[in-house]
Design a protein around this ligand. Structure first.
Ligand code: SF4
Length: 404
């Protein structure tokens, strides 16, 4: 098939309604994004801007040793430099405030510091999508209270905000159908007639033919809508708990950074009978998980909407499904299932024996795992590729991953 080039101008935005209600918790935030060992990277332009700054002696001393280059085999528009943390904190913090912003104003901050937890990007639907990451406690607090679910808003953009989304049509990409496919997926995720794990498996059932090469997208959409209205009871398998646990312990242990997540790693592995928190040494004990699951059902009773809101937020924030190609579509679905699985596992483990305030622990764990998985593309890809390498990326495996 011959290739054709398309450019879509975005003249309006699309955002979750809660985007307008966000306020940084500042001093009330337990996992402040400037603290706790989270490596924030930024592009070359931001790196150069910071290098040029001069201010008071205190600022200049901080600036002299605050930057370093990151590995060079990645896209330097996004990952060129990072702050050299001091005891896990941003070196420019002064009494809890950003010293660079205090002296030089917000405009010299790296883009990520100016905008976190917000992200925006033009999409092939003609919308500039504004999203928020769940790697921020303030965002989770908003999702916790949204009983009616996530709603979306759209407004026209000022002309200077217009952007272009460009893509090449080669018969593989599905960008031309992005909005229809996206809407269907979000409708399925928000359909409260069935439990959330069942909705996620249904999502895979409807996306599978597209990833396998279906070209009649309008016909597929009609069939997918009909399938979404049909019976899907029994598609989630409850009996494969050992596989679910091994997968998620591996996710939790994926890497050992000296950050706040190491406490969670250690405590969860100890709770599940893994001495030295090494997979393969000792065997995972399902008993403590099942006890924690029973407790979590009580602790988070009436909060099903929170977990739905969380997954809708992740789906929207990560621009899912990825429609660059049929293969990318399925990879993004596998990624989504993996994330849900990790969130589910940590939700249960936040109610493990010894935890007094389960909601606080839940928020901490969700923020920390989101920072590790959503904001670290290499880690996310390595983890997902592992599923493909072990031929564990089929729909049947995804049904297991969401089953715990
Ligand atoms: S994580 Fe969110 S709420 Fe906390 S300091 Fe950062 S932006 Fe504010």
């Amino acid at each position: 098939m011959s290739k054709s080039f398309h450019a879509v101008m975005t003249q309006k935005d699309l955002r979750p309604a809660y985007y307008d209600d966000f306020h940084c918790l500042m001093g009330g935030c337990r996992l402040n994004c400037c603290r706790g060992g989270w490596h924030i990277t930024f592009g070359k332009k931001d790196y150069m801007t910071i290098r040029k700054q001069k201010g008071t002696k205190a600022l200049n001393t901080g600036l002299a040793h605050c930057l370093r280059r990151v590995r060079q085999d990645v896209d330097e528009r996004y990952r060129y430099g990072e702050f050299v943390l001091q005891n896990g904190d941003c070196p420019l913090l002064r009494e809890g405030k950003c010293g660079l912003q205090l002296e030089k104003g917000e405009k010299v901050l790296p883009f990520v510091c100016r905008t976190f937890p917000r992200v925006e990007a033009p999409m092939p639907s003609g919308y500039l999508e504004r999203t928020m990451t769940p790697a921020c406690e303030g965002v989770l607090a908003l999702l916790w209270d949204l009983e009616e679910g996530v709603e979306f808003r759209s407004d026209p953009l000022e002309q200077e905000e217009w952007e272009t989304f460009s893509y090449e049509e080669d018969g593989e990409s599905l960008w031309a159908h992005f909005q229809d496919i996206r809407e269907l997926c979000i409708d399925i995720l928000q359909d409260r007639r069935r439990p959330l794990p069942e909705r996620i498996v249904l999502l895979g059932m409807v996306l599978e033919p597209l990833s396998a090469g279906e070209t009649d997208v309008p016909g597929w959409l009609a069939r997918a809508r009909a399938m979404a209205n049909g019976d899907t009871a029994g598609v989630v398998k409850e009996e494969l708990l050992p596989m679910f646990l091994v997968h998620n312990v591996n996710t939790v242990l994926l890497s050992r950074d000296a950050d706040q997540f190491s406490r969670v790693q250690k405590e969860i592995c100890t709770a599940l009978g893994l001495p030295g928190y090494v997979v393969g040494r000792g065997s995972i004990q399902p008993g403590p998980y099942l006890a924690a699951r029973a407790r979590s059902e009580q602790e988070f009773k009436g909060r099903d909407h929170f977990f739905e809101n969380l997954m809708v937020t992740v789906f929207f924030h990560m621009r899912m499904p990825d429609l660059r190609s049929r293969e990318a579509l399925w990879r993004s679905y596998v990624n989504f299932c993996s994330l849900y699985s990790a969130y589910r596992f940590l939700t249960v483990m936040s109610c493990r024996e010894g935890i007094e305030d389960c909601k606080t622990e839940l928020f901490d764990e969700l923020v920390l795992i989101s920072r590790r998985l959503i904001h670290n593309r290499q880690r996310q890809e390595a983890f997902r590729d592992d599923l493909f390498r072990h031929e564990s990326s089929t729909l049947a495996h995804m049904a297991v991953l969401v089953s715990g």
